[in-house]
Design a protein around this ligand. Structure first.
Ligand SMILES: *Cc1c(COP(=O)(O)O)cnc(C)c1O
Length: 403
């Protein structure tokens, strides 16, 4: 993969036909010049002599504070990966012609490091983030990398930044691996240079004062993702176009946009979270539903983990299937809608209380036994169980101790 991309990127201004020919030849070629792989064994430490003061937990705002160091690795089509470096967090200098600025050659990940009660640093299913990043780089013709080696480098970065992992349940160090194309030309072609970097941001619980259920705008006009598109990849170009739609929801006092697709208004995702619906279905079974991974859904680590936990409980039916606004509306009218929530690394779960859809309000029950409550019992239980695993209160293979 890295090899064939490298060959492509080294060619000046290629016609599409020449590109296809080259891709074929480079895939078939046996005498491949060895490009340097990404190797944690070559990790260099260049530590800051000006460590900064930590932000008190109470002042943490998501994504506003960054730790002292970052990981950085450069790639070129001719040489492959350079030495990974842990270096002071700071500015990146690029030419204005760098392709990332013009054609959004960019992909990223979002993961967290947690501090457990014994003070050990832990990651949660980090292999899934590495797999997803590798899939993303492939989709935007950025170089392939050795995912186990990158994970080793990230672990070392987190160990270096351990004092930046805030203590306390709900607090964590958000980790943002990013890959950008840095070729300094304006042709739309594979970038012959790339930069991989990882930055870390101490974050607090999404809901400081316990859960706060959100209201959604179910938007039938704007589409986030479509079949054959890129909605199932964490690439930067998927996100900027959603902000305007998000603002329109906010103007109507609604916290998130519920992304629909198709004439039948299929539910896809909520904001930048996967969406779950718990209902009594038309056959009278209790069922937890999330849309299947049909190419329009971002394959969330939290989504997969919730499906795993719920299937392990084996207390109700768990489905990955199409679900439409019509089905949710009918369930609400018949008193069969039980709970609804969004799921993602940042918030874990985000309970939903109301959906504005075609000029109507669909109310989602929270906890019928506690009218002041902001999350239904299953939403709460999934959240609590995931957190207990992430913070090492329950030993589970998903939680990896790294120091
Ligand atoms: C990142 C993301 C999610 C959640 O994925 P997690 O791996 O659970 O954090 C869901 N939807 C979109 C669009 C995302 O970008």
């Amino acid at each position: 993969m890295a090899f064939s991309l490298a060959r492509l990127a080294r060619q000046p201004a290629l016609t599409p036909r020449a590109l296809v020919g080259l891709a074929r030849r480079s895939l078939q070629s046996e005498a491949a010049p060895a490009l340097r792989p990404l190797s944690a064994g070559h990790l260099e430490h260049h530590l800051t002599d000006k460590p900064r003061a930590l932000t008190p937990n109470k002042d943490l705002v998501f994504g506003h504070t960054f730790s002292d160091h970052m990981l950085q690795v450069e790639w070129t089509a001719d040489a492959g990966w350079g030495n990974p470096r842990i270096q002071p967090y700071g500015k990146i200098s690029l030419e204005p012609s760098a392709v990332v600025f013009h054609y959004a050659f960019e992909c990223f990940e979002g993961m967290k490091a947690y501090k457990d009660a014994k003070g050990h640093a832990r990651l949660f299913r980090p292999d899934l983030n590495m797999n997803r990043l590798l899939r993303s780089t492939g989709r935007v013709a950025l170089p392939s990398f050795e995912k186990d080696q990158l994970l080793e480098c990230i672990k070392e970065l987190v160990r270096t930044e351990k004092r930046w992992i805030p203590s306390g349940k709900g607090y964590s160090l958000y980790i943002r691996p990013t890959v950008i194309g840095t070729q300094e030309t304006l042709g739309v072609a594979p970038s012959n240079r790339a930069l991989l970097f990882v930055i870390c941001s101490p974050v607090g619980p999404y809901y400081r004062t316990g859960f706060n259920a959100i209201s959604l705008n179910a938007n039938a006009e704007s589409v986030r993702a479509w079949p054959g598109g890129t909605g199932d990849f964490k690439i930067g170009s998927n996100y900027a176009p959603t902000v305007k739609i998000q603002l329109e929801a906010a103007k109507r006092g609604l916290q998130q946009n519920l992304w629909l697709f198709g004439k039948d208004h299929q539910i896809t995702e909520v904001g930048t979270m996967n969406c779950f619906v718990l209902l009594k279905n038309e056959q009278g079974e209790t069922e937890l539903v999330t849309p299947e991974l049909d190419g329009c859904i971002l394959p969330g680590v939290t989504r997969d983990s919730i499906l795993g936990l719920a299937r392990e409980w084996n207390e109700f039916k768990v489905s990955e299937r199409k679900i439409t606004m019509g089905e949710v509306k009918r369930a609400a009218q018949d008193g069969r809608l039980i709970e609804m929530f969004g799921a993602g690394t940042a918030c874990i779960v985000s309970p939903i209380k109301r959906i504005q859809y075609m000029g109507e309000d669909i109310m989602v029950p929270l906890d019928p036994s506690d009218p002041t409550c902001q999350a239904g019992p299953i939403t709460r239980r999934l959240n609590d169980e995931l957190l207990a695993i992430q913070y090492g209160e329950i030993e589970h293979p998903w939680s990896v101790v790294i120091d």
